[in-house]
Each structure stands twice: as structure tokens, then as C-alpha cells.
Design a binder for this molecule. Structure first.
Ligand code: AHM
Ligand code: MG
Length: 343
């Protein structure tokens, strides 16, 4: 019988670290903290359907314990794993208003900042659809012995050292990049390990899936309306009409398009003048991953990774996916902006 060597995420990360003999090991340890929190959140997500019989948010369950919302719990799990680990100097979370500074007497010079959306797509929890955690890691700019500043945190996406996501779907996967391609690991719950299942992921240059909340069509910029119309036209040569797929959980939509080829768009609208998705917690990490996989991510007119954040919770319009599809969407979007039809 032919057997294949199993490579766990922990082994993979440790092997990567040996390529950098001067590495302090802080980044590896941050990954270990993220993996631990991911396993705990995975366990909680798998129990989510039982909340109704064990108690609902704001009540006590049959063991008399307070029941917390899953997104609150996920934030607490990641915050506590990273702060107890003490290998980053600050944590930025979609769930926290401000920078959370980490002080570790045993590591006086941690240099990494972690930004995260602990449980993205949380409106999908109650209906048993895929949700996920997104993270981004970058290096502070100021000297390590000073207090982390807002300037340390508000960095462009091109400065990311690593980014990834965990999707709690029909299986649980962790997908990440450190700037040398993208690798995906599936959690084997029988051994409690993420195992390399999707090495060197590349997104097809073209795709036939478009993911956009068409309920907002009337509010889309004209160029996005034109692109959606283009996706729905019949054209044998380009394989149109394309398939519409939108679950309303960025990670699930992104993950499918990454593996199969496609585009995800959340444009600006009159109601959401900067789009809905957050630059630091959602768009930057996804943009880093997609570029490493050979795809593209823009605001419709600018590369996401080059946007300078002005606020921690800043939102940006987001076009992400297969290169040729993003180019097409961007061309139609820009054409209408140029003639003053931005809406
Ligand atoms: P959340 O961070 O509050 O979960 O919101 C982000 C989610 C994304 O996962 C998803 O792509 C988007 O909101 C869906 O928004 P909409 O329901 O407006 O289409
Ligand atoms: Mg989110």
C-alpha cells in the first residue's frame, strides 16, 4: 500500500523557520498561539447548534455558566492565546475599539503586531453556514522598548509579514502565506492537527464565478453594475453567463473563488460610501493571500496593499479574485469614474 507522508502545520512552520537562522522564533510562536486558539474556536463552532438547548447569549446554560455569543468567545480566545503567549507587542481586533498592548516580562522586545477579525461572517452562525477567522501580522516601526504607537499599527498591507485565515466549514482549514506562496492545512480532528492538504495554492487566471450582494444592485457604482451585467450576458467564447455564488461570509466566498477561480466584489454604495469590509482585518490579509496565489485585489482603482490606513477600523471597497476577472471589473469601474459616473 502506498502511504503519503503527513506534514503537520507545526512541522511545516518549524521547517520554514530553519531557513532563517537569525529568526528569534517570535513569529513561529505567534503562529502556535493562533493554531491553539483556532482549535478552541473550532470546537466551540462545532457546538454552536447546541446553544439553544444549553442556553442562549446573555443567559446561563444548564451547568449554570454564562453563555457568550460565539463571536465574543472567538475574540476572547484569540486575544487570550496571543496575549498569554506574549510574543506580539499589540493586537488589533475588529471586536475591540482600540489597540490592545501586550506586556510580557519574559520577552521585552516583541516586534510583531497582529490584526484580526476573530469571527467573520458571524450572521451565518445561526444558519450553520461557513464562518472564519482572518489574521494579519506585521512588524512595528518604532523601537521595541517604547510603547506601540498608532503609526506602528497603521501600516500599508505591503508591510505584512504573514496573513491567513481559518475557515470553519464542512472541514476546518487554515490557509496562510508568509510571502512565499500560499499553503492550506486541513484539521484532522482525530489527531488534533492541521495537515498540509493544499500545497502551493494558485488561483486560476480566469474564473466563471462572481460573488457580490446583488440585493444592493440599485446602489452599486455604474461600473460595477456594468460588470455584473457583463457576467450575466451569454457569450460562448468567454463561457458566460458566469455563475453567481454569494453566501455573505467573506471567507467562504473568498476560499471557493481562490480554489476554483472567480471574483468577489464589495463596492462602495450610497449607504456604505467606503464599502463594508475593513482594510486592516479583512481586505489586507485577503489581498496578501490572493496576490501570493497569483490573483489580484484592488479598491476598484488602487491596489489594496498600497492603501495607507488612516484609522484602525477603516473600510474600503474590495475587488478580489482571478486576475483577468478583476482587471475586467476594474476597467469597467474606472471607465465610468472617468466620465464622472461613480454612482
Ligand atoms: P462581519 O465582519 O460583521 O461578519 O461582516 C463582514 C461580512 C463578510 O463576511 C461578508 O462578505 C459581508 O459581511 C456580507 O455583507 P452583506 O450581508 O452586506 O452582503
Ligand atoms: Mg468581518
Amino acid at each position: 500500500m502506498k502511504t503519503q507522508k503527513v506534514v503537520t502545520l507545526t512541522q511545516f512552520i518549524s521547517e520554514q523557520q530553519t531557513l532563517y537562522p537569525d529568526a528569534s522564533g517570535d513569529l513561529t510562536r505567534i503562529f502556535m498561539d493562533i493554531i491553539l486558539a483556532a482549535k478552541i474556536v473550532n470546537r466551540d463552532v462545532r457546538k454552536a447548534g447546541l446553544v439553544d438547548i444549553l442556553g442562549t447569549h446573555g443567559t446561563t446554560n444548564i451547568q449554570g455558566e454564562d453563555v457568550k455569543k460565539l463571536d465574543v468567545m472567538a475574540n476572547e480566545e484569540f486575544m487570550s492565546a496571543l496575549s498569554l503567549g506574549g510574543d506580539c507587542c499589540a493586537i488589533l481586533s475588529e471586536e475591540n475599539d482600540d489597540i490592545v498592548r501586550v506586556h510580557n516580562p519574559n520577552n521585552s522586545k516583541p516586534k510583531y503586531i497582529v490584526a484580526m477579525d476573530p469571527l467573520d461572517g458571524s450572521s451565518n452562525i445561526d444558519v450553520n453556514a461557513s464562518i472564519g477567522t482572518i489574521f494579519s501580522i506585521f512588524r512595528r516601526r518604532s523601537m521595541a522598548w517604547n510603547e506601540v504607537t498608532m503609526e506602528d499599527c497603521l501600516q500599508k498591507g505591503i508591510n505584512q509579514i504573514a496573513a491567513g485565515y481559518i475557515i470553519y466549514g464542512s472541514s476546518t482549514m487554515l490557509v496562510y502565506t508568509t510571502g512565499q506562496g500560499v499553503n492550506g492545512f486541513t484539521l484532522d480532528s482525530s489527531i488534533g492537527e492541521f495537515c498540509l492538504s493544499h500545497p502551493d495554492i494558485k488561483i486560476p487566471k480566469d474564473g466563471n464565478i462572481f460573488s457580490v450582494n446583488e440585493g444592493n444592485f440599485a446602489e452599486f457604482p455604474q461600473g460595477v453594475k456594468d460588470f455584473v451585467t457583463y457576467c450575466k450576458e451569454t457569450d460562448k467564447e468567454t463561457g458566460r453567463p458566469y455563475s453567481a455564488r454569494y453566501i455573505g461570509s467573506l471567507i467562504a466566498d473568498f476560499h471557493r473563488n481562490l480554489l476554483k477561480g472567480g471574483i468577489f466584489i464589495y463596492p462602495h454604495t450610497a449607504k456604505a460610501p467606503n464599502g463594508k469590509l475593513r482594510l486592516m482585518y479583512e481586505c489586507n490579509p485577503m489581498a496578501f493571500i490572493i496576490e501570493q496565489a497569483g490573483g489580484k485585489a484592488t479598491t476598484g482603482s488602487k491596489r489594496i496593499l498600497e492603501v495607507t490606513p488612516e484609522q484602525l477600523h477603516q473600510r474600503v471597497p474590495f475587488f478580489v479574485g482571478s486576475e483577468n476577472m478583476v482587471n475586467k471589473a476594474e476597467a469597467l469601474y474606472k471607465a465610468k469614474i472617468q466620465i464622472g459616473m461613480s454612482n
